[in-house]
Each structure stands twice: as structure tokens, then as C-alpha cells.
Ligand binder design. Structure first.
Ligand SMILES: CC(C)(COP(=O)(O)OP(=O)(O)OC[C@H]1O[C@@H](n2cnc3c(N)ncnc32)[C@H](O)[C@@H]1OP(=O)(O)O)[C@@H](O)C(=O)NCCC(=O)NCCS
Ligand SMILES: CC(=O)OP(=O)(O)O
Length: 345
């Protein structure tokens, strides 16, 4: 089994916090070899206590085939779980008006993603990580429907923690990209909220004292004009009005956001240009394309999509993820479960 270690100082802190918290992390996608290998790595690295979902014999056989030692990890078979009926009743209450009968609730719980999210909702687990097999929409939907947004947060969104090797920009090559996996086409108001939430995430989950968010566009400070640029300008104004204490600036192009000399030239006086550690994309096309290009062309680590704005932690994955990505995403979910309510994002 490959060993895994945190890739930079920010992730070292995340790992060390996760070790202290010993949170219960449910991994529902036990048909996937990477998930089983990650389960062993999470336990070996002492990042938390894993709970696997599935038919026990099958899961243990599959783990052997994958070369993963999961002997000390519990496997819960949802349909045989002693709280299955209790969960069905609770789900019926939570989804009142959306699902018609107890049978509908039972059927939903046979889907391991719904079962895992319900475990988190009802405090039988502290966080869930899935998405190595299922699409992001299928992972996010139960989280949005059952866990819902935290009080005072208008929408959930999804960011990536990016570690770019040999990169002097951002936080020594560490960045948050948002929204790169959740909300397809945010309004200006929603884009402002995504920027604010990501700043809080940078501070509270990753311990970076000065989040600096660039509102990205193909224009810098009026160099081009178009309604799609106007949305970014409007979002920047809203974010600045809502949270004047945060460093959020735009509209900025990618080079002006990252490179000090270019930032000074294109956006003189900007508190963010040339030093952004958070990149906020105008829509999900841009955000998702950008993270995948950074991951593949710059050989960056890409952890996520990490959901923010939810009342409890659920993190998604790309179907193209590595087992080690699952380990890091699990460590982040564990830290999220430790940050006091209301301070999370
Ligand atoms: C996640 C996603 C499936 C949810 O939206 P949807 O399919 O429109 O589903 P619904 O409209 O049925 O919404 C389901 C619930 O989630 C809620 N919801 C949808 N988007 C939300 C958001 N951004 N934040 C919070 N809640 C949200 C809805 O209000 C609804 O709640 P309700 O059932 O209690 O009324 C959709 O936003 C999506 O496909 N996102 C893109 C994911 C993706 O493909 N990413 C790219 C790869 S990473
Ligand atoms: C985040 C993402 O793009 O997920 P996938 O690669 O699974 O579509």
C-alpha cells in the first residue's frame, strides 16, 4: 500500500487537526478500489475513524483484491442497520412535502449516498466523502436536500483546494478555487456570497490568516465591457458592501490576480491584484475547466469538490481522483467537523 503524507504546510496543519479530532468519516463507495485503499490510509495515518457502507462479506473480499487492509474498519450494511427504520421516519419528516410515503424514504435509504448523508445529519457520523464513482450532482443532491445550508447562508457551493508545485503565487502555491464543482450559474448576489464564504473557509478550515479573493473575468478594471463582465463587477460591489473587512477585489484577469508585476500594471492600488490566494470564477464552466487544467497541466494536487455553506460536512470527489486525494479530502472533512458551528464558512 502506497504511503501518503501532506503535501504542504497548509495541509500539514489540516492533518494535525484531523488527528486530534478523531472524527467519524463515512465512505459509501465501497465498490471502488481507491476508496478501500484510502480507508486503510486514513486509519494508518490516524486521521479519523472510517465507517464503510456495504454488504460486509463483499466489501472485505473486494478490499483483499485491492490490497487494502480494512480488518479494523467497521462495515455497515444499510438495510440490516438497527436504525434503518428510525432513519426512514426521520427522512420522511425532513423531506416532508417532497416524498410521499415511508416506502419512498426506505427506498431512498437503500441508496448509500442518501444513507451516508442521513448518518451525518443524525450524528451517527461526522462527515461523508463520496464522488469517486458517483457524479457530483448525485453526491451533492442528497447533501443539499437533507443537510441543507447553514443558518444565514443563502447557497451551498463547491471549491477545490489546489496545491501547485514550484509556484511562487498565492499562498506559496496553495489556492482555493470556487465555484469549481457545485453551483452552475450564480447570480451576482450568489457570486458575492461564494467569495465571502470561500474567504471564511480559507481562514477557518485552512488557517490562512489573510484570505485574498480575486473576482475573475476576461477584463481587468474596465479593460473590456460586456454583460458577463458586469456580473463580476456587480458581485464585487456586493461582496465589498457586505464584508468591507475582507480582501475581495475585481474584476481581474488571471494574470493580474496572480502575478505581482502584472497586477501592479493592470490594477494599480488593488489590495488583491498580484497576490490572490483565492480565485472566484464567474460560473461553473470557468471554475471546473480551470481546476482540471491546473491539475493536469501544472501537475497540481486538486482536493474536492469540497462543499461549503452546508450545515454539516460532506465532501465530493472527482471520478478521476486518486486514492490519496480521498485521504486528503477526508482530512478536510474531519477538520470541518471540528470548527465551531457558525464559524465554519
Ligand atoms: C447539485 C445539483 C444537482 C442540485 O440541483 P438540482 O438538480 O437542480 O436539484 P433540485 O433542484 O432538485 O434541488 C435539490 C435540492 O437542493 C437544493 N439546492 C440546489 N442547489 C443548491 C445550492 N447551490 N445550495 C443549496 N441548496 C441547493 C434545492 O433547493 C432543492 O432543495 P429541496 O428539494 O429541499 O427543495 C445541481 O446544482 C448540479 O447539478 N450542480 C452541478 C454539479 C456538477 O455537475 N458539477 C460539475 C462536476 S464537479
Ligand atoms: C469535480 C468534477 O468535475 O467531477 P467529475 O470529474 O467526476 O465530473
Amino acid at each position: 500500500m502506497a504511503t501518503v503524507a501532506p503535501k504542504n504546510a497548509v495541509m500539514e496543519r489540516v492533518w494535525s487537526m484531523a488527528r486530534k479530532g478523531q472524527k467519524r468519516i463515512v465512505l459509501p463507495e465501497t465498490e471502488d478500489e481507491r476508496t478501500l485503499q484510502a480507508a486503510e490510509m486514513i486509519e494508518k495515518a490516524n486521521l479519523g475513524r472510517v465507517i464503510l457502507l456495504g454488504k460486509e462479506d463483499e466489501v472485505r473480499r473486494k478490499a483483499k483484491e485491492a490490497g487494502a487492509n480494512i480488518d479494523n474498519i467497521p462495515v455497515i450494511d444499510p438495510e440490516k442497520y438497527e436504525k434503518f427504520e428510525e432513519y426512514a421516519q426521520k427522512l420522511l419528516e425532513i423531506r416532508k412535502g417532497k416524498i410521499a410515503s415511508i416506502d419512498d424514504a426506505r427506498n431512498l435509504l437503500k441508496n448509500y449516498l442518501y444513507f451516508g448523508v442521513t448518518m451525518v445529519k443524525l450524528d451517527d457520523a461526522d462527515g461523508m466523502v463520496a464522488g469517486a464513482v458517483n457524479t457530483s450532482a448525485d453526491v451533492e443532491r442528497p447533501a443539499f436536500q437533507i443537510i441543507k445550508t447553514a443558518p444565514g447562508i443563502s447557497i451551498a457551493s463547491a471549491y477545490f483546494a489546489m496545491i501547485v508545485p514550484d509556484c511562487p503565487y498565492g499562498e506559496k502555491g496553495f489556492f482555493l478555487y470556487a465555484d469549481s464543482g457545485g453551483h452552475p450559474n450564480p447570480t451576482a448576489e450568489e457570486l458575492a456570497d461564494i467569495a465571502i464564504t470561500t474567504c471564511m473557509t480559507m481562514k477557518n478550515i485552512f488557517g490562512v490568516e489573510e484570505p485574498r479573493a480575486a473576482m475573475l473575468s476576461y477584463s481587468t478594471k474596465g479593460s473590456a465591457s460586456h454583460p458577463i463582465v458586469d456580473k463580476v463587477i456587480e458581485a464585487t460591489k456586493i461582496a465589498n458592501k457586505k464584508r468591507p473587512d475582507l480582501l475581495i477585489d475585481g474584476e481581474l484577469q488571471g494574470d493580474a490576480a496572480l502575478v505581482p508585476e502584472i497586477g501592479r500594471k493592470k490594477a494599480p492600488g488593488s489590495p488583491v491584484a498580484g497576490r490572490a490566494n483565492i480565485l472566484i470564477f464567474p460560473d461553473l464552466n470557468a471554475g471546473n475547466i480551470a481546476y482540471k487544467l491546473t491539475e493536469r497541466l501544472a501537475k497540481a494536487e486538486a482536493y474536492g469538490p469540497l462543499l461549503q455553506g452546508l450545515d454539516k460536512p460532506v465532501n465530493d470527489l472527482s471520478r478521476g481522483c486518486k486514492a490519496t486525494d480521498i485521504v486528503n479530502v477526508a482530512a478536510i472533512v474531519a477538520v470541518k467537523a471540528m470548527v465551531p458551528y457558525g464559524k465554519r464558512d
